[in-house]
Structure formats: C-alpha cells, structure tokens
Design a protein around this ligand. Structure first.
Ligand code: ATP
Ligand code: MG
Ligand code: MG
Length: 322
C-alpha cells in the first residue's frame, strides 16, 4: 500500500506543493533503490530515502483539508479500529473510502493543514528489520546476499564478520537483529529533503540530527517531548496497539514500509506528532498480544516500537537545559 507523489499542500494554497514521500513499490524499483540506509546498533537506526518528484497518483489532496491515499484494505481496517481506540487523537481522522478516476482512496485529514510551511520528519521506530514470514523463507532457502553485503559495508565497513568478508555476502537472517530502526526523511521548511543520514549512528549523532531539524529551538523540543510522552502513555493502554504488529521493513534494502511518527513544526512554534501509515500494520491472532518493548526473539513478533519511543523521549529530554 502506498507510493510517492507530489501534491498541493492544502486546497487553500494551490501554489504550494508538498512532497509526499512513500514507498514506490517494487514496480518502481529505480526510485526505491535511491534510498539510503543506515542504523544505530544500540539506540536508533535512521534511514532515509531521496524524495524524488515521482508522481504515481497514490496521494491526492481531497476537499476540506483531507488527503487521499491509494486504498489498501489493511490500512482501512486499522483506521476503522483506530477511530474507536484511545489512539484516535494521535492518528489522522479517517473519513472512509472515496473514488477518483475509478481508483479507491482512503480519505483522512491532511495533517499539514494547520501548519504554516512546516518542517516535516517521518520517523520509523522498532527493533525488527523484517517480518517473521520473511525470516522463515530466508531460513528455508538461505542465500548469501552480495547486494546486502555491499550496502552493509557502505554504511559500516567494520560490520561484516570475517566469514561474511570472505564470502562478500551476508545472510538476511544474520543481519540487523535487534537494531532499532528509525526512519527520517527530513524536510525542513522551504528546504530540500535531507537525505544523508548514512553515518548517523550514535545517540549523540541522532541528537545532533534532531537538533538540526528543530534548529536548536527548545520550545519546539518541549512541544515534541510533551506530545511523545502523552503518546507513550496512551500507547501503553491502547487495545489497538497491544493487538497489532507494527511492521517495519518488508524487503530489507528494497523498500521500507510500516507505521511511522510524523513530526511537524512551523515557525510559529506549533508542533505535532502523529502516527501514520498503517498499510503494513496487522492484527495479531486472538491469543497473542505485544508489549512492543520486550526484545525480539524469533516467534514472539515483538517489534520494539515502544523501546524506540523510550529512546527518542530520552534523547529529546537530554536536548533540554537541566
Ligand atoms: P511508505 O510505506 O514507503 O512509508 P506510503 O506510500 O505508505 O509510504 P505514507 O508513509 O503513508 O505513504 O505517507 C508518505 C508521506 O506522506 C509521509 O511521510 C508524510 O510526509 C505524508 N503523509 C502521509 N499521511 C499524511 C497525512 N495524513 N497528512 C499529511 N501528510 C501525510
Ligand atoms: Mg506505507
Ligand atoms: Mg510511510
């Protein structure tokens, strides 16, 4: 579900264009391959991809400050449940399905509507880098991947083991266990999208990246921190969150998917954080529930979302004066 598109920021301001960045899917591989991946082993992994001006018609601006996203049934189911959940204030309001040129779209609030030329950051958290279904496949047919090896070395030349170095390849099953992922396509107001977070690995570097995003404005940091703490409290109680697996990376290095946090602030000091993109979020079997903090081991389906959020909150707290 979802791709990339260019669309007007709000219906009221037809001159302004917002770049909506999403995964382009395998059929748009040349675009997807432009993405740059990097990670933090201990705290937060950051990845971001080039926001090409690819218009695939997956997003449109709807009437009255709404956004239309190409229909995906799984995402619709999530939004319908979210509208009944305590998480409702933390996701865009959902308004049902509409049709345009014979294509169905999920209609939701355009979160940018209340901001004035906002700075935008799309951030994915979690500790699992691929679905357990993919792990099973990779185990059944273990194939050393040279492409992954090259990407791994480009990010961190020290990362491969001696054996991996000899083979010039890595197994998907041996890669990225328990990394916390966090995706940051950062777009500052009136600036191009920042994409080069390749070497942003340590906690200090993440802090520096955030600091750059908020331009050292502690008022903005306070706003984000307050909102993230509220979100954490609600997530810990949410039935939806407990009963859903928030998936992260579909095919490692090929395309990213999964729910993310959208950070928005503007020069007036307004801030907001929302959970978006539920195309890959799935309900768990009835007998299962997740706490999203327990470290992932094969089979437990934990995704480390709250662990990532704890780290983010800690990082932002440390950006404020004592
Ligand atoms: P991917 O799966 O690759 O992350 P996608 O095609 O599923 O992408 P989304 O992640 O839902 O698309 O959205 C892509 C971008 O569009 C977001 O990073 C955000 O900048 C913007 N966007 C999405 N939903 C909204 C919204 N409700 N209001 C404002 N902007 C939005
Ligand atoms: Mg998506
Ligand atoms: Mg997304």
């Amino acid at each position: 579900c979802g791709t990339t598109s260019l669309l007007p920021m709000t219906p009221k301001k037809p001159q302004q264009w917002l770049q909506v960045v999403g995964h382009a899917g395998l059929s748009h591989f040349p675009f997807a391959s432009q993405r740059v991946l990097f990670w933090f082993k201990k705290y937060i992994s950051v990845a971001c991809f080039l926001s090409s001006l690819v218009s695939t018609g997956s997003f449109h601006v709807g009437d009255y400050g709404t956004l239309l996203k190409r229909f995906c049934e799984g995402e619709q189911q999530c939004y319908l449940r979210l509208m009944e959940d305590t998480l409702k204030p933390f996701v865009p309001a959902y308004h049902g399905v509409v049709q345009r040129d014979e294509q169905d779209y999920n209609m939701m609030d355009n979160l940018l509507t209340h901001f004035n030329t906002p700075a935008v950051m799309d951030c994915k958290m979690g500790s699992r880098t691929y679905l357990e279904r993919e792990l099973l496949l990779a185990k059944e047919r273990p194939q050393p991947r040279n492409d992954m090896y090259e990407k791994m070395v480009a990010v961190d030349p020290e990362a491969p083991t001696v054996q991996e170095r000899t083979q010039q390849a890595v197994l998907k099953t041996g890669f990225y266990y328990n990394a916390v992922t966090c995706l940051f396509p950062v777009q500052k107001s009136n600036e191009e999208c920042h994409t080069n977070f390749k070497r942003t690995k340590s906690r200090d570097q993440v802090m520096a990246a955030f600091n750059n995003f908020v331009e050292s404005n502690t008022h903005i940091v306070w706003g984000y921190l307050r909102r993230l703490k509220e979100l954490r409290q609600v997530l810990e109680e949410s039935v939806f969150f407990r009963t859903h697996e928030v998936r992260h990376l579909d095919l490692l290095f090929i395309y990213w998917s999964g729910s993310s946090l959208l950070f928005l602030h503007d020069w007036k000091g307004r801030t907001g954080v929302w959970m978006i993109d539920f195309g890959k979020t799935a309900a768990l079997p009835a007998h299962l529930s997740l706490d999203h903090r327990t470290p992932w081991v094969e089979g437990n389906r934990e995704d480390g979302y709250l662990w990532g959020l704890d780290n983010l909150i800690d990082i932002l707290s440390n950006m404020l004066p004592l």
